[in-house]
Design a protein around this ligand. Structure first.
Ligand code: NAP
Ligand code: MG
Length: 516
């Protein structure tokens, strides 16, 4: 009997034994620096002449590992392996498929320090953020496993005399999984396991910035004895093998999490019917955000300062849910801003191997350049009150940055920067604040700080965000508790970690038998 789903507990690093385990895990991951990881198609390991070198964003001289650079020929081969495996996997009982997910979750739980340490060194996550990423990955497996059992149960249909009617859910076929680097374990594991637990087989093409943590996940999939060909692991460039796969006629669905630009491109390409294609491709695309926190004059200002700082600078602002706009009532604007600046100036920035650094590096040179470009734009569009420069060190470090007096229509108030840059915007009143909050093309997360119940009710109705939080920060959604996903240009309106999610990987068949 499967127990009820429960979220994985987070590690308390103030306990010396946990700190020790993390230090040991970091040393272990460092001892494996420079190791090479194969592409895995069916049960075959493949190496390629061209490689992807994954570096440590906290220390540009360190290479965490070397991955293969997949080719379109290998992508074609992976498609063949996935379709072959689909023939048996689609008929594997849901209970067996769910058990593979529970096994993957259990191996991840045993290895949580090592997985977290890998993300500290490959992705620049602080210990706390890396641990939360692992916990979320475990939760996805445990949650989707149980969900698959629910979808396999007898589904309710209306009774009709003389007939036996039923509705069953079938998998779609072969899909492509395209995760981002910013939750390189949780989102990768969530999208992959949701796809396979429902009977599909996949080609998993991880983000090129984080192939090592992806390879670790694939090792766990193999250790859990998921049959060969169910998950085919193909590292390579999105623009190259990714592009080939999204436009291939033999791909049935694409599950993507990443930028708006790439997401829209995928929706467009997947919409073109290719020669030999016999279905309409399904695309699940989770994209960016320009998430806002409204701070009303009737708010607990200290709590709001804490919530904004945590949401804006946790993982260097590189969460799709990160707060990049604080919309503040003019009645408390000066007080809030002053307190926020004081709070943010206390944030430590540096290599995240060191537990005492709250903020680490941004993900890559290109991310660094893009964010520094936005900071230059911000200097023209707002009043720089904190940060605004690179921080010292041999990595991609940027100071936590605040621009005040930003117009709602400014570029830094409209475009996703995906870094530690916050625009503070003044609002005349609560309605004005809501109007500003809703005034972008995105609709992912949002929060409101106020003690006024009427305003809370209004926000519930009118704040158009997929994930709305009241009197708390706008990051840190938990699987099952706050199903996650946004509106408008934030994606295809799906909810990862929610009861509807597995339906995206299924199609329903209605069967009617005349009783004779
Ligand atoms: P990205 O550049 O769009 O890449 C995402 C994935 O797509 C990567 O695996 C990438 O491979 C691949 N890709 C790139 N071009 C492709 C193409 N032409 N065809 C097929 N695949 C292609 O996004 P990112 O920089 O990794 O992630 C950051 C973004 O993700 C932000 O915008 C953030 O808001 C968003 N995000 C959204 C959510 C959500 O739930 N809504 C959650 C997390 C992140 P390569 O790495 O090889 O280029
Ligand atoms: Mg890297």
């Amino acid at each position: 009997m499967t127990t009820q789903f429960k979220n994985e507990a987070l590690v308390d690093f103030s306990k010396p034994e946990n700190k020790k385990m993390m230090e040991a895990a970091l040393a272990k991951v460092e001892s494996r620096f420079g190791r090479e990881y194969p592409i895995i198609i069916g049960n075959e390991d493949v190496t390629t002449p061209q490689k992807i070198r994954s570096s440590n964003p906290s220390n540009k001289n360190q290479f965490v590992g070397i991955a293969q650079k997949g080719t379109v020929d290998l992508a074609e081969k992976a498609l063949g392996a996935a379709w072959k495996a689909f023939e048996t996997w689609k008929n594997t009982p849901a209970a067996d498929r769910a058990n593979y997910l529970f096994k993957i979750a259990s191996i991840m739980r045993d290895r949580k320090f090592e997985l977290a340490a890998t993300m500290v060194l490959e992705d620049g996550k602080s210990w706390v953020e890396a641990d939360a990423d692992v916990a979320e990955a475990i939760d996805f497996c445990d949650f989707y496993g149980r969900e698959a059992l629910r979808y396999a149960e007898e589904q309710p249909v209306v009774a009709w005399p003389g007939e036996k009617n039923e509705l069953v859910y079938l998998p779609l076929g072969v899909g492509v999984v395209l995760p981002p680097w910013n939750f390189p374990l949780a989102i990768l594991a969530g999208m992959t396991t949701a796809a396979i637990v429902t009977g599909n087989t996949v080609i998993l093409k991880p983000a090129s910035d984080t192939p090592v943590i992806a390879a670790r996940f694939m090792e766990i999939v193999q250790e859990a004895k998921v049959p060969a060909g169910v998950v085919n692991f193909l590292t390579g460039s999105g623009a190259d093998v990714g592009e080939m796969l999204i436009s291939h006629p033999k791909v049935r669905f694409i599950t993507f999490t990443g930028s708006r630009e790439v997401g829209l491109h995928i929706v467009e390409e997947a919409g073109k019917t290719k020669h030999g294609q016999i279905w309409i491709k399904r695309v699940i695309a989770e994209m960016g955000g320009k998430d806002a926190i409204i701070v009303d004059e009737e708010a607990d200002i200290d709590a709001a300062v804490e919530g904004v700082a945590g949401s804006a600078y946790g993982f260097q602002g590189q969460k799709c849910s990160a707060c990049s706009r604080a919309i503040v009532s003019e009645k408390i604007y000066d007080e809030f801003l002053e307190k926020l600046v004081t709070r943010v100036k206390k944030i430590t920035v540096g290599p995240v191997k060191d537990f005492s650094n709250y903020m680490g590096p941004v993900s890559s040179q290109s991310a660094f350049d893009k964010i520094m470009g936005y900071i230059e734009t911000g200097k023209k569009e707002g009043r720089l009150v904190c940060g605004g420069e690179a921080a010292s060190g041999n990595g991609f470090f940027i100071q936590p940055t605040i621009f005040a007096d930003v117009k709602p229509t400014a570029r830094i108030a409209q475009e996703e920067i995906f870094g530690p840059v916050l625009a503070v915007i003044k609002a005349k009143d609560f309605d004005h604040a809501l109007e500003i909050a809703n005034g972008t093309q995105y609709g992912l997360t949002g929060a409101v700080y106020t003690k006024n119940q009427q305003k809370i009710e209004k926000a519930r109705r009118e704040f158009f965000a997929g994930n709305l939080y009241i009197n708390r920060k706008c990051t840190g959604a938990m699987v099952g508790v706050q199903p996650f996903g946004g509106f408008n240009m934030s994606g295809t309106d799906s909810k990862a970690g929610g009861r509807d999610y597995l339906l995206l990987f299924l199609q329903a068949k209605s069967i009617c038998e005349r009783l004779i």
